[in-house]
Each structure stands twice: as C-alpha cells, then as structure tokens.
Design a protein around this ligand. Sequence first.
Ligand SMILES: [Cu+2]
Length: 503
Amino acid sequence: MSMNRRTVLTGMLAAGAGALVRAPRALSDTVPSSRTLSIPPLDNGRMEAGTRVFDLSLQAGNTEFFSGRPTPTIGVNGSFLGPTVRVRAGDAIGMRVTNALDIASTLHWHGLHVPAQADGGPHQVIAPGATWSPSFQIRQKAGLFWYHAHMMHRTGAQVNAGLAGLILVEDDEAASLGLPNEYGVDDIPLVIQDRRFRADGRFDYMSAMPDLMMGFKGDVILVNGTVAPELMLRRRRTRLRLLNGSNSRIYNIARSDGRSVHQIASDGSLLTRAVERRAVRLGPGERAEILIDVEPDSRLALISLPDDAGGRGPGMMGMMGGGGNDERFQILALRAGRLEGSETRLPARLIEVPSWEVRKAERTRTFVLGMGMMGGMMGGMGMGMRGGMGGMAMTINGKSMDMARIDEKVPLGATEIWEIRNATPLSHPFHIHDIQFRVLDRDSVPAGPHEHGLKDTVMVDPGETVRVITQFTDFADPNRPYMYHCHILEHEDAGMMGQFVVV
Ligand SMILES: [Cu+2]
C-alpha cells in the first residue's frame, strides 16, 4: 500500500463523534462534512397469480457522490446499487431482470437456495436488451442476502460500478422475537463499500498492480452509496444489518466509544443466541446483524479497527497490506437526539439453527486456495490486464476457473464436509453457492459462538484450514453448475473459482 493511501486512510480515523471522512486530495475541496445516510428503497414486488414478481432493470447512470462531479455508475432501477428486495420464506418469486446496459451481465442471488439455472452465475448471462426471468421459491431462514453481478472476468468491475443490492428474507420465527424490525427506522441496512475516485469524478478501478494481487481497495468509504454518511438514531436500540459489499476490503467493525455490540445474525440466519462483541470482522460478501444501544443526545460512530488476519498478524505480504492491516477509519457517524422507546429485552435464545452431524458426513472435499505463476496461460484464457493477474494465477486445487470444466460432482442429498486450506499469504473469503453451511472449526478449534448461525461465506486466513458442513438438498441438475469461489472479486475474476454440480 502506498504511503499516500495509508495517509488518506489514517485521515479517515474517527477521532470521536462527528469526525469527518476525508476523501482523496483531488476531491477534498468538495467533500461534505457529513450527509444523511441514504436508505435503499424497499421493493415488495407485485403479486401476479400467487407469485411475487420483481422488475429489476440493470441500467447505467450518473451518481453525484461529490457535488458537481458526476460519476458514471451502474445500478438496479436507479443509478447506483438497487432496491432492497423484501420477501418471506415460502414465497414463490418471479424475477424479471432486464439488461438495459450495453454490456452483458448477470444477477446472482447471493446466499439464496435456488436451482442452478436460476442462480444468476456466470452461465446465466443476460445480453444487452434481454430480459432474464428465473422463478424460484424462498427456502431460507430469515436473514440478509444480496444480489450482485457475477459476470465471468467482469464481476469486480461491474460490482464496483454499482451492480448490487440487498435481499431481505423474513419469516415468522424471526418476527416473533421482538427484535427491532422497522425498516429504515430502527432496522437499518448498511451496504459498506470502498471506492477510489479520479479527479474528474470517475471511479478509478484496477489502476495499480497491487489491485490485481491484493484485490482492489478504495480510499473513500461509501455506505448505501453515501460518502461521509451520518445516521440519526430514533430508538434506544437499533438493529444494523451489515453487508460487506466491497470488492476486497476486510472490515473489523466496532463502536468508536469502545462499547460492545450484540451480534445476532451471521450470513444466512440469526444466531442461536446473541453474542456480545467488541468488533465484528467481515470479509467481502459476509453479512452480520448487530444491535447497538445508545443514550439520548449522544454521538458516536461505527469504525473499522485494524485487522490482524485472524490473529495471524501481517503475512508475507504484510508490507503491501495483505495479511491484515493497521488501518483504523470511520464508516458511519451515528447521532442520537431524543429517543423513543425503552430499552427492549433481548431474548436469551434466538432461533434453532439447522446443523449437521460430523459423523453423518459422507465425505470431506478439500479445496486448497493458491496463488502461483501463470506461465503462458494469459493469452489462451483471453484475459487482459483487467481479468488477469499480470503473471499470477489464482487457483483452487491448482486449477484456475474454466467454465467448460466441472470440478466437483455432489450427490443429491449428501451431507459433506468442505475443508478449505489457505496456502497463500492473504486472507480469502470462501463462498459456496446453492447452500448455507455451518462452520465446524478453524485449525481444529471449534467455531466461536458468533459463527453459530448459517453462513455462505467464510474467512480463511493465511495458512489456515477451515472446515464447514452442509447438506446438498434439492435441485439436482447434471448440466448446470453452481460456483464456489473467493469473494475477493479480483481473485474470483482471475480464476480463484470452481464449479460443482448436484446430481
Ligand atoms: Cu481471494
């Protein structure tokens, strides 16, 4: 990481309530002191013969992150990001995804258990002008999911441009707990991203060599697309639904006043019970829900603390900002005025989280994450600088992604342990499509209580081995694969991805 970027990030440090997030120097004269956090509009769809139908249009536009300097962006039903798609468990869903862009794209439902042909991965390309209409049922626990572009070699660029949004799944079990659930009032979605801007206002993406190997990192934090955001809290207790929607940045989210938060959910469900935490670490693609309690007339912030790569310290790439970092910066200013409501009680137990017994697992599959020299493969894979790694190969089990190759065949109904080994000096968030899993252990140490929920993305730190367990129910299809991949989008685009079919 260059001194310049580190200086900028240090400048973003929350020195206390109301501290500013500083932008790159080129734009510093136009940075607002703080802006009201934008809340993505809720989209409940429309009912059509018993099916909840959503019309989603991928469209180009301009977004004024900095006044007077429009940034060309891509959004869904808007210029940047998209609406929060709200559904209930059991709903029959019809998605109508129209590509109004002049480039091909896809829309993947991250975390949803849907047939492979409806998954929106690299095989479900939507040509410019075309409409893709998958239908599926919501077979999930309540939780926060998201949709984003998943175009082969182009996911990083398209998500960076804005092709992402939230999916809120609700069910009776979660609703019965009395947790804050008034959207935009005491139940606040936070899409946390980082971006780099050029002096003319355009996004600066993949302009430096470290962007390729380390993953792209920006020096301006956006929350729901808002620069220097501030949220007015209206209740004593607020539920924050966090998505790390960044291409590669890892956040270690905490309160600026040092008080702890209650984590109540992981990626794909509530936890079995709330866990008190000083900080919540989120890799790209991961979600968590936290409850924060505040007093009237108080100011604080959500900040990101330095990341020690899961206790493994900076790795070999540490000097370049790889395995961990020492950055501390503000994410969101929080202000409380007069507050409504009394402090609500937090149930001792939240939900019964599905789990699978290790002794019932039929097999263990091993996935070794690797980075090596690519040799002469660059040209043959048709990857330019943007898709390739400048001589580095990003691999799983020694292979870079090939859309024509099926890497794993999983029998329908099988309970399996997937063991992910990180043979690189960087942390990687490993994501599996189709299913939700439970984290078993990290280097044989049982997963902590904050991981006692369903997950679809798991951080694997340098040298670490993480085991997860799941069952592959439903949707056998020998011809249409699901993906598993690193959710550092530049790593995914460079080949750290593989394909499995359920048969
Ligand atoms: Cu990676």
